[in-house]
Ligand binder design. Structure first.
Ligand SMILES: Cc1ncc(COP(=O)(O)O)c(C=O)c1O
Length: 599
């Protein structure tokens, strides 16, 4: 390796020139490189013999690259290719969650590469045709690595690909899968999970969780199995979920069935969808005008005194002493009544699982002027309400699933939000950040008791579920690396060693100021997420959507890539992103916000 160091130096110069990595990091690499050169190792200025030989061989290449005309021609080639990507977007790609035809060519973002939290984006011809943008969507909530960790993960992936490629999982074992499983059980599953089921993405992890929960429910409520085995053929049994209205659990059919009706689930999108659940409207917590408030539904608003609805800090919301409050009793009465009414109305239908996302993204929809507008995601469900739900379901032997696909692995500042909630599930699902966002992999964790309901002699009793790429070695190795890296204070400087949680990443003063802004409906800030909802009503809904659009355009010019959820805009960083970077993002947002509001 030592003999190639001089070549690496040129590569570093190139990376620096094109700003593909932060300057400080390149400088660090350069110093490391120089430290081990011939001069420091052998105290001589003379080049070693083999470098002279390699230098001779590389001479034609160097001459070629030093010729500005040739380089200019190559640059044109690169620009042509990037421009071509943009032009062919409409004709070659089908992109979900967007109306394809409404994306004009000039608004398509051509991503040349990614380094840590930033995209390198093609701007158009000219010498500065590549610019940097902070990916504030964390590429659909999956991303975590900073530049140093991305390089580390890439090395791990390359090694694993070369060693394993892909190997079949059932009846086999290999190191990355076992290591990853053990880290999961000892990490997010600590104290409750004992077995791990690998799949490909969040939606499939949810499908598996539902299968597991329903089996356990049927085993615990024996009579159901007897009926289902045909002893009473007239009885038709339906098993449903208890879930929160507005929750999103994925786009495969089973995961969709666990969601209340939304425009995403309508007949136009999926005629098979029926919505197999008892869906409850949860109370949420919001930061508004500098204070945390409970946003209660009408049902609760009538019976809950004002004083239960305000908190001076976010920590108070999570405080377990609230369990003995009048509000907790009110929540319990509401949940029991809903379950009671449901089983009273439909004797053949059973709630066979509770599925919740802690501190969740809920997509709420508002009907404005007969047009449906996404009135925003990123709501924070009151943790007390969720604890009440969990306890009540336990009492009724209904298995509890935590969907931590979005919230797991430090997204909310803790490794698992179960820590915030203060109670444990029977089943939990993870994906996205689990591999640092480098490669798709998902997992469903469950207790021993859950798996017991699948064990027995007949094969048909087993969990008959599998995916071609279950426990993909590269995915497992990458996840193992990410799980270790994110929680280690040596590698992730945001970890507070004493508490094993992330330090506060978003500047509190700025957050407060933004929450007091006249255009802001609410703010949610937790872990790596900062979100705000803009005020919108029937008379200014068109203005609001134009407002969001132009705000985002200005922020892209400032080097921040954002994508709204209706009238909610959010900034999402990685668990390793420094508070200084977060402050810069927040300041840019605040400045643009202020400017815009004066117009
Ligand atoms: C809470 C939650 N559950 C499940 C999913 C589905 O995950 P995937 O997109 O990997 O299928 C998502 C995706 O955003 C999610 O946010």
């Amino acid at each position: 390796m030592a003999r190639y160091r001089h070549l690496v130096f040129h590569i570093l110069e190139f990376l620096q020139k094109h700003q593909l990595y932060p300057d400080e990091q390149i400088l660090k690499f350069k110093i490391e490189l120089l430290n081990k050169t011939n001069k420091s190792l052998h105290h001589t200025e003379d080049a070693p013999q083999d470098i002279i030989i390699y230098g001779g061989r590389a001479a034609p290449l160097v001459t070629f690259l030093l010729n500005p005309n040739v380089v200019q021609e190559l640059r044109g080639d690169k620009q042509y290719n990037l421009q071509m990507l943009k032009e062919r977007y409409q004709t070659r790609l089908n992109v979900g969650i967007t109306q394809h035809k409404l994306v004009p060519e000039e608004t398509v973002t051509v991503i040349y590469s990614r380094c840590g939290e930033k995209f390198s984006v093609y701007k158009g011809s000219g010498n500065d045709s590549i610019t940097q943008q902070f990916d504030a969507c964390a590429s659909w909530w999956t991303q975590g690595p900073d530049p140093a960790f991305q390089a580390e993960l890439a090395r791990e992936m390359a090694y694993t690909a070369a060693r394993f490629g892909h190997v079949m999982f059932p009846e086999n074992v290999y190191e990355p899968a076992l290591k990853c499983a053990e880290l999961l059980i000892d990490g997010v599953g600590k104290g409750w999970a004992s077995l791990v089921y690998f799949s490909d993405n969040g939606s499939t992890a949810i499908e598996i969780a539902l299968k597991m929960a329903f089996r356990k429910f049927c085993v615990d409520h024996e009579t159901l199995l007897e009926f289902s085995e045909g002893r009473d053929e007239k009885k038709h049994i339906v098993v449903k979920v208890l879930a929160l209205r507005g929750s999103y659990h994925g786009d495969t059919l089973g995961a969709m069935e666990a969601q209340a009706p939304l425009p995403y689930t309508g007949f136009l999108q999926q005629p098979w969808y029926t919505g197999k659940g008892l869906f409850l409207d949860p109370p949420t917590d919001i930061l508004f005008n500098g204070a945390w408030n409970l946003s209660l539904l009408e049902f609760f608003a009538e019976i809950v005194p004002e004083e239960y609805g305000t908190f001076s800090t976010r920590d108070e919301i999570f405080d377990k002493s609230r369990d003995t409050s009048t509000l907790a009793t009110t929540y319990l009465a509401y949940v029991s009544k809903q379950l009671q009414e449901y089983s009273g109305n439909t004797q053949s239908a059973h709630v066979g699982a509770l599925i919740i996302i802690q501190t969740t993204i809920l997509l709420r929809w508002l009907i404005v002027s007969a047009v449906i507008h996404g009135a925003g995601g990123m709501h924070m469900v009151d943790p007390l309400f969720q604890r009440v739900l969990v306890n009540e379901c336990r009492n009724r032997k209904i298995p509890v699933i935590f969907d931590e696909v979005f919230t797991g692995f430090w997204r909310l500042g803790v490794e698992t939000p179960a820590e915030l909630l203060g109670c444990k599930p029977d089943i939990a699902c993870y994906a996205k950040l689990m591999t640092g966002g480098m490669i798709p992999l998902a997992v469903t964790l469950a207790t021993d008791a859950l798996f017991d309901s699948f064990s027995g002699d007949p094969k048909l009793q087993a969990l008959l579920h599998g995916h071609s790429y279950s426990a993909h070695a590269m995915g497992c190795a990458t996840a193992a690396k990410a799980i270790e890296w994110f929680k280690d204070p040596e590698t992730n400087h945001n970890i507070i060693p004493q508490g094993g949680i992330l330090r506060e990443l978003w500047d509190e003063e700025l957050v407060q100021q933004i929450s007091c802004h006249s255009a802001v409906q609410r703010v949610v800030v937790i872990g790596t997420l900062f979100a705000l909802e803009l005020k919108v009503d029937a008379s200014n809904s068109t203005y609001a959507s134009l407002y969001v659009k132009s705000l985002l355009q200005l922020l892209r010019e400032d080097g921040i890539f954002m994508r709204p959820l209706g009238n909610v805009v959010y900034l999402m960083c990685g668990p390793c992103t420094s508070p200084e970077i977060c402050r810069e993002l927040l300041s840019k947002l605040y400045i643009r916000f202020g400017e815009f509001n004066r117009v």
